[in-house]
Design a protein around this ligand. Sequence first.
Ligand SMILES: [Zn+2]
Ligand SMILES: [Zn+2]
Length: 394
Amino acid sequence: MTVLHNKVSRQLLRERLMKEDFRRVTLSFYRYFYVDDVQALRDALYIKWSALGCLGRIYVAREGINAQMSVPEHEMEAFTAHLHAVDGLQQVPLKIAVEDDGRSFIKLNVKIRPKLVADGLADGSFDVTNVGTHLTAEEFNQAMDLPGAVVVDMRNHYESEVGRFEGAVCPDADTFRDELPMVAQILEGKEEQPVLLYCTGGIRCEKASAYLRHKGFSQVHQLHGGIIDYVRQVRTQNLTNRFLGKNFVFDDRMGERISEHILAACHQCGQACDEHVNCANTACHHLFIQCSTCRVALSGCCSTECQAIMEAHQAGQAEQGGQAEQAMHDGQAEQAMRDGQAEQGGQAMHDRQAEQAQPSPSNQPSSVAQPTVYRKGRPPGRTEAAAPHAVHPA
Ligand SMILES: [Zn+2]
Ligand SMILES: [Zn+2]
C-alpha cells in the first residue's frame, strides 16, 4: 500500500526544500461543494499532489476544500489541469501569491476535517452553496452608502479590534462558531435591509451569507476576496479606502497596516496601540495588544506571573526553544486555518503583501483611544456577549 503520509523529519524536509533548483508557486483556493467520499478525494489529491512535488496545508471536508500550497512552477499546468478535472472543482479560482519565494510549506499535509471553517452547525442544516451576492471593492464602497445598509465584520473580536470598515458592526466573538448565531441575533428585524459581510479572505462570508439567507435575510452581500483583495483593488484602481487601521493576519507580524488609524489600545497601559503579540511565556502564548514600553517592562509577557515563569525557565529551555517555538507556530497556524483565519494562504504570502503595501493615509486624523485599563485579552466595549460595537473613529 502506498504511504499516504510524510514520514521524514522537519530538518530533512527543510534542507531538501532549500536545495531545490526550481521555483515554486504559492497559491490558495477554497470551495464549498458537496463531497461524496471525503477519504477517497483526500487520498486521490494526496497521491497526485505528492507525485507533482506539491507542498502545503489542505483541508478536505464533506462541505468542500480549503487549500494553501506551493506547486513547482514547471508542474503548474499539470496541477491546474488535474484540479479542474476534479468533480466540483471545475474553474475553481486560484489565488496566486505574487513575488513569493515559494518556501511557505515544507511538507504536504492533506487533512480530513469535519468542517472547512469550524462553525458548530450540523451538516445539511442549510444549503451552504446558496451564498450572497459577491461584491467588488468598488461595489462594496457603493453598497455601504445604501439606505439601511448594515456592514458586519465576520471575523473574531481580536481581528476587528485593530481594523475594520467604517461603521461596521463587530460582534464580540472569540470564534466563528460563536459569531454566526450572534450575528443573526444582532441583525434581527433587519431582514429586508442590505447586509454587507466581510472577512479576511472571503471564506467565512461564504458560510455566513448562506446562513443568513437561510435565516430569512433577503439582501445579503459579501466582499469577494475579503479585505485582502479589497485592499489590492483599492490600490490598483485608485478607489477610496474605507477600511481603517490594520488587517489582522496570522503571521509573525500579526497584521498589515491599511490606514494610519490606530483603533486599539495597549491592553496593559491603555495607550493607543495596535500591535498584537503572543505572550513570550510559550506555555501561555496569550494573544494580546502590547505597546513597546510595556513590552520592555514585562519582557513581552502578558503578566508579571508569566514574566517570572519565562525568566525562570529561559536558561533551561534555551536548547530546545527553537523547536518548541516552531511547533507552537505550526499549531497556531493550523488553529488559525481551522477558524478561517489563514484563508488567504501561507505566511509568506502575507509577508510579501505587507512588503508591497504602502500605507494609504485617509483624510481623517488618527483616532486616539481613550486610556483605559482593562482585563487581560479583552478590549474595552467588547466584554458584553453579543453586544454590537459600532465604530465611529474620530
Ligand atoms: Zn502599554
Ligand atoms: Zn502570559
